[in-house]
Design a protein around this ligand. Structure first.
Ligand SMILES: NC(=O)N[C@H]1NC(=O)NC1=O
Ligand SMILES: [Zn+2]
Ligand SMILES: [Zn+2]
Length: 451
């Protein structure tokens, strides 16, 4: 059939870069081609959105899908479905938790071929910066890594070694030369190892002990040191999962002085606190740890004040045995929050509770990630951009259960959590990849999706 467009969406509230407008959207060949008050013309599919909201597909810059090597923990099939069900249309996979780590060209190629075959949505891969692999950074850039990730503390994963100061300095110099971005897990290895070994020596392994072993000061020290190194080397930085107001202050100060730096936080630092580790156990263990309630309130205030650049999930799942809630040794449990499906829903809950405009949520989840990492066709509902979007119904709530959480392992801090809205459909490059109304919610994609 010869039509003007592939899809026309009518009667939706469209989340545009600076406002929300009641407009129609037309899509052709996987791109938005027209956003206007009223679009006439023919289309193969015309949908009445019935006052639902259309958000740009979220770009999750921070997920661990663990394939190859630990596919039983997650994997590209289950992980990308879970993300699509939450309104994500692109994700960046971290270089660790799979085996091998993405620190060599061979590992990049291996993971990329698996992801290309299996992912339901678009993706990019992070490379790793670890001691001894600086000579690999250039070929990884040529192969297409989105940037590099390094740990300043131990990673919790023996296949991915923390970067010592010399590795950081040499790596930053090289990454600056390559014009790329270094993402940092910023906690001081010296401070955390010192405090952890004190606890372990006394066999103190409770939730409070774990919390005390990774204080805010460990984050602030690592952030400050990395900012000095960035000043010295000219390297662009992205701080992942920042969990304290003091660390944000340091980053904002550096930004004002001209350092090229961005700051990410995760929904779990905004929705949960140390109290959840005390009551729910290992499902609430992450690093940095969930903070005290008053710190959570400070982070929400910073968010409302538009101080974060990006919100990402840090989805880091593990099998049940490593997150067993009856197991009281919080040091040996896996550190990582399973919740990659809930970044956009979490932000919408926070938006409603704190009077944050929806277009700003779209900045933190879509347009800022796209701009920071140079995805030129993505992150906005605008003519010429990839038709990546998700439809949200604010008349319908979502209660998280085994049936509507699509991660491979269901145990999660979000189990039974209530969100004030519902993801109805997700489209990636103009094709529906998720529809909560159909029994088989995920739809097959053309082979071209990740080309
Ligand atoms: N290895 C890994 O996934 N680590 C992540 N988990 C977490 O809680 N913080 C992290 O950096
Ligand atoms: Zn981390
Ligand atoms: Zn992570």
């Amino acid at each position: 059939m010869n039509t003007d467009y592939d899809v026309i969406l009518r009667n939706g509230h469209i989340v545009l870069p600076e406002s929300v407008q009641k407009q129609d959207i037309a899509i052709k060949d996987g791109k938005f081609v027209c956003i206007a008050d009223s679009i006439s013309g023919t289309a193969a599919q015309i949908e009445d959105l019935q006052e639902n909201y259309v958000f740009p597909g979220a770009i999750d810059v921070h997920v661990h899908l663990n394939e190859p090597g630990r596919t039983d923990w997650e994997g590209f099939t289950s992980g990308s479905k879970m993300l699509a069900a939450g309104g994500m249309t692109t994700f960046f996979d971290m270089p660790l938790n799979g085996i091998p780590s993405t620190t060599t060209l061979a590992a990049f190629r291996q993971k990329n071929s698996i992801a290309k075959e299996k992912s339901l949505i678009d993706y990019r891969l992070w490379g790793g910066l670890v001691p001894g692999n600086i000579d690999n950074l250039e070929v990884l850039a040529e192969a297409g890594v989105i940037g590099y990730k390094a740990f300043i503390s131990e990673s919790g994963n023996e296949e991915f070694e923390a970067a010592d100061d010399m590795t950081l300095l040499e790596g930053m110099k090289e990454i600056a030369r390559l014009g790329k971005i270094l993402a940092l897990h910023a906690e001081s290895k010296t401070i955390t190892n010192f405090l952890v070994s004190e606890k372990i020596a006394l066999n103190k392994r409770t939730a409070d002990d774990y919390f005390a072993s990774r204080p805010i000061i460990a984050e602030v020290e690592a952030v400050q040191r990395a900012l000095y190194y960035a000043e010295l080397t000219g390297c662009s930085l992205h701080f992942v999962h920042i969990s304290s107001a003091r660390a944000v202050d340091k980053i904002l100060e550096a930004k004002q002085s001209g350092i090229d730096v961005t700051v990410e936080t995760c929904p779990h630092y905004l929705l949960f606190s140390h109290q959840d580790l005390l009551t729910k156990g290992a499902v609430a263990k992450c690093a940095p740890p969930l903070r005290a309630e008053q710190e959570r309130q400070k982070l929400i205030a910073l968010l409302a004040d538009n101080k974060f650049d990006i919100v990402a999930s840090d989805h880091s799942p593990a099998p049940y045995s490593l997150k067993d809630p009856t197991h009281h040794d919080l040091f040996s449990a896996w550190g990582g929050i399973s919740g990659g499906q809930f970044t956009l829903l979490s932000m919408l809950k926070l938006a409603i509770e704190n009077q944050i405009p929806f277009y700003r949520i779209a900045k933190w989840t879509a347009s800022n990630p796209a701009q920071r990492f140079n995805l030129k066709q993505k992150g906005m509902i605008a003519a010429g951009f990839d038709a990546d979007f998700t439809i949200i119904d604010f008349e319908r709530k979502t209660i998280i259960s085994n049936d509507n959480y699509y991660a491979r392992h269901k145990q999660s801090i979000y189990m039974n959590y209530r969100f004030p809205c519902h993801v109805v459909q997700t489209f990636s490059k103009g094709k529906q990849v998720y529809n909560s109304m159909t029994s088989d919610a995920f739809l097959p994609l053309p082979d071209t999706l990740n080309n």
